[in-house]
Design a protein around this ligand. Structure first.
Ligand code: EPU
Length: 342
């Protein structure tokens, strides 16, 4: 069966991860058709190998060569699939670029995803960490997805509930890790759209532009402008967006920190705890703009680990570990990495 698949040995993954790490896959397959996944399932040696599933590679830190099979999901296609009284349903295959998909929905006249403009990565990866930005997250619009289960060779459909979405988390990071390949995602976009301007920086950007009743396209443009200003373009500086999650602490911990550091940035949570801005914590440990060799922390945003060119995954991980240790030492807060570290 393997002979029917165009599996490349010793393949560089450099172009397939936004950190630009030159790690190698022992075996590599670009998946442009679900039939290829079925062929992998039917091949006992391929099925037994350690597996890494890559979409846009924008949430991945490769620290060494990968000894098994890397599947790069490259299936394409977007369509309007139906409607009900309140929603229009739009679907995309997993390999579609996320931002291209968002722009396509807006061009079709279906608003909803505009706050999530310019997030790097693919549609298939978007549910894994429940991507979110500027007051909106994927779970707000996710309807269902289909996945190929490499343990059973079957296609399953998951509802929003099945996915157990939480802050940068889902079932795909737990039970379904490395065994489920998301093959398409359907979104439910509201027919009665309302601008989401909860995030004050976005509201400010629009009012600076003199826009008081923004369209979805105005919001998308504003989000693109903010992201371009603050976050490095992975095509120019290797990075994976926020490297750490914003940690959630108890009200007591937050009050104690606030008493000591009055400029601490925190947000109340539904459970009574507080989310702390990890970027603030890292900046206040002196890390913003600091580099060790080619690995470092971005000068415009302390939550972003960057490869200035030629850093290895191990170099980047060393910086990340030092940042985490410094934040723990100074603030007593544990930072958890957001990307998958392999
Ligand atoms: N801040 C600092 N110093 C910094 C960076 C930030 O003090 O160097 C402070 C800012 O002053 C601000 C606060 O931290 O008050 C929050 O910063 P920002 O608005 O940039 O958002 P964030 O919490 O750092 C999160 C997401 C981003 C998302 C933005 C906007 C996480 C881990 N990150 O960042 O998502 O774009 O909000 O909604 O939740 C990603 O996940 O890769 C990502 C980029």
């Amino acid at each position: 069966m393997a002979s029917q698949l165009d599996i490349q040995p010793d393949c560089s993954l450099r172009a397939l991860n936004t950190f630009g790490i030159d790690a190698k896959a022992a075996h590599y397959l670009e998946v442009s058709d679900v039939g290829q996944l079925h062929a992998v399932y039917l091949d006992p040696s391929l099925r037994a190998m350690p597996r890494l599933i890559i979409g846009g590679g924008s949430n991945l830190l490769l620290t060494k060569d990968f000894p098994g099979l890397v599947l790069h999901i490259a299936t394409l296609g977007m369509a309007v699939t139906g409607e009900d009284e309140q929603h229009v349903f739009v679907a995309a295959k997993a390999g579609e670029n996320w931002h291209r998909f968002v722009q396509w929905t807006l061009a079709q006249g279906f608003p909803g995803l505009e706050n999530l403009s310019l997030i790097p990565g693919s549609v298939g990866a978007s549910p894994i960490q429940n991507i979110g930005a500027y007051g909106s997250e994927l779970a707000d619009y996710f309807h269902a997805c289909d996945l190929f289960d490499l343990r059973t060779g079957e296609i399953q459909s998951l509802t929003k509930q099945d996915c157990r979405f939480a802050y940068r988390d889902s079932v795909f990071k737990h039970e379904l890790r490395d065994c489920a390949v998301i093959i398409n995602v359907t979104f439910a976009l509201p027919k009665r759209w309302q601008a989401n301007l909860r995030y004050s920086e976005l509201a400010n950007e629009l009012s600076t532009r003199g826009i008081h009743a923004p369209t979805a396209s105005d919001i998308s443009q504003a989000v693109i402008a903010i992201r371009t200003r603050k976050l490095p373009d992975p095509a120019k500086i290797g990075n994976a967006g926020s490297f750490f999650k914003n940690p959630v602490v108890t009200a007591e911990q937050r009050d104690a920190l606030l008493a000591q550091y009055p400029s601490l940035v925190s947000y109340p949570q539904a459970n009574g705890g507080f989310k702390l801005a990890a970027g603030w914590l890292i900046e206040h440990c002196g890390w913003r703009g600091k580099t060790i060799g080619a690995a470092g922390i971005h000068s415009q945003h302390a939550l972003v680990l960057v490869n200035h060119g030629g850093a290895s995954g191990a170099d980047l991980l060393r910086v990340a570990n030092q940042v985490r240790d410094d934040v723990l030492m100074k603030f007593g807060v544990v930072l958890e990495a957001e990307p998958l570290i392999v």
